[in-house]
Structures are given as structure tokens and as C-alpha cells.
Design a protein around this ligand. Structure first.
Ligand code: ADE
Length: 221
């Protein structure tokens, strides 16, 4: 069935640990043993912390890359907004992100870290989208393009997707049943009533929809 929006997959922490273990296994089989991990904020932070645990790495630093673009778009103009937070001189460094899509984040982060005097730099992601310009040295799984809704981005992504549904439907009020149905038709996303109720509370908190909450989801004017 043709979707009205971008194909999305909702991932949970079992998926994340599954992919993280697959990534770590490939690193352990390789000739590369990192001494420092650099997590790309914000998407790479949790994966970076998990790799510290799986690989026994005690040094965890950060860089921040920001994007112009929104949830579930292929757009990806990247900008380094916070440089490396620690000293990597003479160290073997693993730069970690959640996913390679356009590859701009990792390209930029790896280039930046290489300018900071390390002995060696490699990269790792949980997921790699086939055809991405940048292929990480290590990744858990290769997938075709979809918007992957990571557990650390669940409320942000769902808020953006539901905003797009309001725009697409040209309405400013929807029932929970309608939100549920449209998420399936637009994005192939199926959510429980409990998840929907938490998203609704979140959108109220952010004042995307009217607060105090009504029975309906009413866009804030
Ligand atoms: N960030 C960049 N590309 C992405 C994708 N396809 N899914 C989730 N997050 C992303």
C-alpha cells in the first residue's frame, strides 16, 4: 500500500542492544581496539555509551553536529556546532553515531577528530542505509531507507509526524482514533493507546496542541 508520508519503523531497546552487540562483535574481530569513544550529539550518545560498556572503554567524549531539516526527510545539511570535548592526542578513536543516512554527520565528525592529533580514527553506527555516501568501518545492520524512530527520539519524532498529519489533512482537530489511523496510513506506524496517550500529553506539554488537554487533539493556534 502506498503511504501518504515517509515509511517509519519504531525501534525499542531490544533492537538497539541487538544492533550494538552486532557492531561490537565486528569491532572485536577486527585489528582495531579503541582507547577513546566520541559520541556524536545527539543521536550517537546512547550508542556511544553502550559501546564503552561492550568494548571496555573508559574515555567518552562528544562532538555536536546539527542539521537543517526535520524528522523523516532525506535533507541533511550538517554543521559542527560543538567541537571535540577531550584530548585524543596519540589515541585510537572510535567515532560513534546511531545511523548513516546522507553520511554528512560522520564525514564531518571524523574529519574534525582527525584534525585533533589522534593515532587512528574509525567509525561505527548501529544502522547503515545502503547507498549512503559514507560507509562506517563498523555497523550492526544495513537497511534500505526508512525513518528509524529510535527510543531516544520517540516523542520528538512522533510529534513531528503528527504535526505533518495535521498539515496533510488540513485540519486543526483530530480524535485519538483518527491520529492512530493516519499514523498507519502516512507512516506505517502502529501504536498502542498507552503510547498515544503519552505522546498526546507530551504535545500538550510542548504546547503543540492545546493544554489543558481536551478529548480531541486540537492544534494550538
Ligand atoms: N537521522 C538521519 N537519517 C535518519 C533516518 N533515516 N532515521 C532516523 N534518524 C535519522
Amino acid at each position: 500500500m502506498e503511504l501518504k508520508g515517509a515509511l517509519c519503523y519504531v525501534l525499542d531497546f531490544d533492537d538497539i542492544y541487538n544492533y550494538a552487540h552486532q557492531t561490537a562483535a565486528k569491532i572485536k574481530e577486527s585489528d582495531f581496539q579503541p582507547e577513546v569513544i566520541v559520541g556524536i550529539a545527539r543521536g550517537g550518545w546512547i550508542h556511544a555509551r553502550i559501546q564503552c560498556d561492550l568494548l571496555g572503554v573508559k574515555e567518552l567524549f562528544s562532538v555536536k553536529i546539527d542539521h537543517w531539516g526535520v524528522t523523516a526527510t532525506k535533507d541533511g545539511k550538517a554543521k559542527l556546532t560543538c567541537p571535540l570535548t577531550g584530548d585524543v592526542t596519540g589515541k585510537k578513536v572510535l567515532v560513534v553515531d546511531d545511523i548513516t543516512d546522507t553520511g554528512e554527520s560522520l564525514t564531518m565528525a571524523v574529519e574534525h577528530v582527525k584534525e585533533c592529533g589522534p593515532a587512528e580514527v574509525r567509525s561505527a553506527t548501529l544502522m547503515h542505509i545502503a547507498g549512503s555516501k559514507f560507509v562506517p568501518d563498523f555497523y550492526g545492520v544495513e537497511v534500505t531507507w526508512a525513518w528509524e524512530i529510535f527510543p531516544w527520539n520517540f516523542y520528538e519524532d512522533l510529534t513531528a509526524l503528527i504535526k505533518k498529519i495535521f498539515e496533510g489533512e488540513k485540519v486543526n482537530e483530530l480524535s485519538t482514533m483518527e491520529v492512530k489511523k493516519h499514523l498507519r496510513e502516512y507512516n506505517n506506524v502502529v501504536l498502542s493507546d498507552e503510547q498515544l496517550s503519552k505522546i498526546k500529553a507530551h504535545m500538550g506539554y510542548l504546547e503543540v496542541i492545546q493544554y489543558p488537554l481536551d478529548k480531541a487533539w486540537k492544534l494550538k493556534e
